[in-house]
Design a protein around this ligand. Structure first.
Ligand code: SF4
Length: 383
């Protein structure tokens, strides 16, 4: 049977949510969203979305429209953001969750992934970094984003996209200007995430992360013992990673005790040898959350067998990537950017790329069950 991968629901297990936490959040949201003065900074379009959120959370929802729900992750994020920002957060969260389901678009992607660098010091068995066609420098995929490009993206995203990840095909912390990049994000986004293998995390970088706008740091790790870890995260040493995360936690406790950052250890469920209970026991003292995400065959979609999926890929309405050189792409499964709608420049901004004719044509083909004619979507298992 063909395995289907849904990125949105990719958590195999996160943490269990107490019922009272859900009820508490619902009461808080009712109070905030039913008070007009909390919504006065929103425009008509945003208010319309908030009305859908209210109907979904406090009434029976809207006919013929999927229901917006509070997942444990969303509840945790709501707990940590300022009350004044909650309506804006819900507006963007709704776009992220529901727009891909109803294939709705507005001027910006709900989620933006920015790649500080495509270089990585690891060669994880499930990653396209194992593909020499990708990592051979002369093939042009390897590089580091310049600060000017990063600033251009951040300036365009500010107030338009609130959900951002600093990560994609490479390890962000190997970028020599990551500290400057982090400094530039400060106070700009409601939900900025960074994913790292933590192997090159230093004191300086820990301070930069904790001082910046990062709200979630994801430490990628998939095992609870050194041997298994190194066999999956090739070039990685579990002891080093654990020592670095301990250092990060110490700095957080000592200098940023009021920091609202969420720390998460997240692994890819790729082998039967991995055990979630072992992971949870090992990592739960080191991070706020422990999670496994389901494995998707990322490493070489171009050589996968053709499949018969006809369902549109949700990523086309949810997310856009910008690689280190400014090239935009709808996903990182297509790590060679065969599907790119173009390159970000001053006159070709995030919004133009997101709404470009080639992106829209790709979406139209997916909606018309013509995914089978698009390479590499016809070999990909993401829906
Ligand atoms: S290759 Fe196509 S189907 Fe796969 S994630 Fe990218 S856009 Fe979606």
């Amino acid at each position: 049977m063909q395995k289907i991968y849904n990125k949105q629901n990719s958590f195999v297990k996160l943490y269990t949510l107490e019922k009272k936490s859900y009820q508490k959040t619902l009461i808080l949201l009712k109070k905030i969203l039913n008070d007009k003065k909390n919504l006065k900074s929103l425009n008509k379009y945003q208010l319309d979305i908030i009305n859908f959120v209210k109907k979904d959370l406090f009434e029976n929802g809207t006919k013929n429209r999927p229901k917006f729900k509070l997942s444990p992750n969303v509840i945790k994020e709501i707990e940590l953001i300022n009350k004044i920002d909650i309506p804006r957060y819900l507006f963007h969260r709704y776009r992220y969750e529901i727009f891909p389901e109803i294939q709705a678009l507005d001027n910006y992607p709900p989620y933006l992934q920015i790649e500080p660098t495509s270089f990585c010091n690891y060669r994880c068995v499930f990653c396209f970094q194992t593909n020499k066609d990708f990592t051979t420098k002369s093939n042009g995929y390897m590089g580091r984003m310049r600060l000017e490009m990063f600033k251009l993206i951040i300036d365009q995203a500010k107030n338009n996209v609130e959900f951002i990840s600093l990560a994609s095909r490479g390890e962000p912390l190997v970028s020599p200007i990551i500290i400057k990049m982090l400094q530039y994000t400060r106070g700009k986004f409601l939900n900025l995430k960074i994913n790292t293998n933590a192997s090159v995390l230093t004191e300086k970088k820990s301070h930069a992360i904790l001082k910046s706008g990062v709200r979630t740091i994801v430490f990628s790790a998939d095992a609870a013992d050194s041997k298994l870890y190194s066999s999956l995260r090739v070039n990685g040493k579990l002891e080093k990673v654990v020592a670095n995360i301990k250092m990060f936690n110490k700095i957080r406790k000592k200098h940023y005790s009021k920091s609202k950052i969420i720390t998460r250890v997240s692994g890819v469920k790729v082998s039967d040898k991995q055990n979630f209970n072992d992971m949870e026991n090992f990592w739960s003292d080191l991070a706020d959350q422990v999670a496994f995400v389901d494995y998707c065959p990322w490493e070489n979609v171009y050589q996968m067998k053709l499949n018969s999926l006809s369902k549109p890929c949700s990523e086309l309405w949810r997310r856009m990537y910008v690689w280190w050189d400014g090239k935009a792409n709808p996903c990182e499964v297509d790590y060679r950017s065969d599907l790119t709608p173009g390159i970000l420049k001053n006159n070709n901004n995030l919004s133009k790329l997101w709404l470009s004719s080639s992106y829209n044509l790709l979406r139209e083909k997916h909606v018309s069950s013509l995914r089978k004619n698009i390479h590499p979507c016809n070999r990909c298992s993401v829906i």
